[in-house]
Design a protein around this ligand. Structure first.
Ligand SMILES: Cc1ncc(COP(=O)(O)O)c(C=O)c1O
Length: 403
């Protein structure tokens, strides 16, 4: 590897909820470990790798110029995004006017829904689902209609098209949030699956917000298919959300963007997100994106995908061989594992709370899966050096699942 994916970063006291947030937000954050165990952060969705050096270099370079006044995003910013999508996702014909700044992907999701919906409207969403969707949609008064994903005979999570259609038809739904790749199930949707979903959305006049924040973290040779690329109709009925924040660990810098080809939709969403006067780019965050989307960033992201693939393969094999009663569908993208512990808990007479606590006590800072609509599930973040992943599985084996 050209880049460093093996050093163990000490993030304590360095602005990281992943380690400093333990015990702070019961029900959301894990408890701190008992004496004698250090923290292995495996919960909130950020990474424990130093990011590509071109990012801090770009930030430092800009920071040396001692004026940080009002600014417009530069041509380099738009060109960097256009090239990234062309090279990595085969997107052709993307122009700067289709790209718009969003402070966060979730803010972009809400701005889009505010345009697609009237207050209290129903929005179709698949479960399990990312807690951020649940929170932002609930807080903004949308009525989530949940269509559960189903595991096929090979354990692969699939959309239930019949259920989706039934709900769209009978409940007069005209907006959907689509998560691609899917957090927390890790699906990288195949083209035919996206096509089929988009056909339904066309049939029932549904506008779509496609959250593709995870689209750069694709594992074991899978391929991301942008929702807007599956048909001309999909291109025009979808607002897609992206960011360098998951890929390069930049959440603390803030900065996402939308791609919207439909001019009417784009104008309305830009207007909507401008209303609170909070949706403005930070100059250092702009330079971070430009640093990320430099040639080194392409190489770094490729190496990251290899590292995460290795971690995921290690973890899934370990679970299959050692943790009887724990089920997992191997993720094809993201760095999350979603463990179904139902059978294990039944067999051992334990509750999910007891199981989670046993992990937290020994520093395995994993996350309660119930907030992602997994009734007896745990979400596990594998974006750590493999040595730390191995240590976490050693502790799970010795102190938790086979204690
Ligand atoms: C699917 C998905 N969307 C959005 C976000 C958050 O994005 P932002 O911080 O840009 O709002 C996350 C973070 O984990 C996520 O998993």
């Amino acid at each position: 590897m050209k880049y460093d994916f093996t050093s163990i970063m000490d993030r304590k006291g360095r602005d990281a909820i992943a380690v400093d947030g333990l015990g702070m937000n019961p029900g959301f954050a894990p408890d701190p470990p008992k004496e004698g165990f250090d923290i292995i952060p495996m919960w909130i969705a950020d990474m424990n790798f130093p990011t590509v050096p071109t990012i801090p270099e770009a930030i430092i370079e800009r920071a040396k110029h001692p004026a940080y006044g009002y600014f417009n995003p530069s041509k380099e910013y738009f060109d960097s995004i256009i090239k990234w999508h062309e090279t990595r996702n085969g997107v052709e014909g993307l122009t700067p006017e289709c790209i718009g700044y969003e402070n966060g992907v979730l803010g972009g999701v809400i701005s889009a829904l505010n345009v697609f919906c009237s207050k209290g409207d129903k929005v179709l969403l698949h479960t399990p689902t990312y807690i951020g969707f649940t929170m932002c949609m609930t807080n903004n008064g949308y009525d989530m209609v949940l269509s559960p994903l189903k595991q096929d005979e090979n354990g692969v999570w699939r959309m239930d098209f019949e259920d989706m259609e039934e709900k769209l038809k009978t409940q007069n739904i005209h907006a959907a949030v689509f998560c691609s790749p899917h957090n927390p199930c890790g699906r990288v949707w195949e083209r035919w699956e996206i096509e089929k979903a988009m056909e339904l959305y066309k049939k029932y006049d549904v506008f779509v917000v496609s959250d593709e924040i995870w689209s750069d973290i694709i594992l074991n040779g899978h391929k991301h298919v942008p929702t807007q690329s599956v048909s001309e109709d999909a291109k025009m009925r979808t607002a897609a959300m992206y960011a360098p924040s998951k890929t390069f660990n930049l959440a603390g810098l803030v900065g996402s963007y939308h791609i919207i080809y439909n001019k009417w939709m784009r104008d309305r969403i830009i207007k909507e997100s401008s209303l609170p006067h909070y949706n403005d780019m930070n100059v250092l965050s702009m330079h971070a994106l430009i640093g990320a989307y430099k040639p080194e960033g392409y190489e770094w992201a490729d190496e990251l995908c290899q590292v995460i693939s290795e971690n995921v393969n290690y973890a899934c094999d370990y679970i299959k061989d050692h943790f009887e009663g724990v089920k997992v569908s191997k993720p094809e993208g993201t760095y999350m594992l979603f463990l179904d512990c139902t059978e294990w808990c039944e067999k051992h007479g334990k509750t999910i709370e007891e199981l989670e606590k046993a992990g937290w006590d020994v520093g395995v800072a994993w996350q309660d899966g119930r907030m992602f609509h997994g009734p007896c599930s745990i979400r596990l973040n594998l974006a750590l050096p493999l040595e730390r992943v191995k240590e976490a599985f050693r502790r799970m084996d010795t102190y938790v699942f086979n204690a």
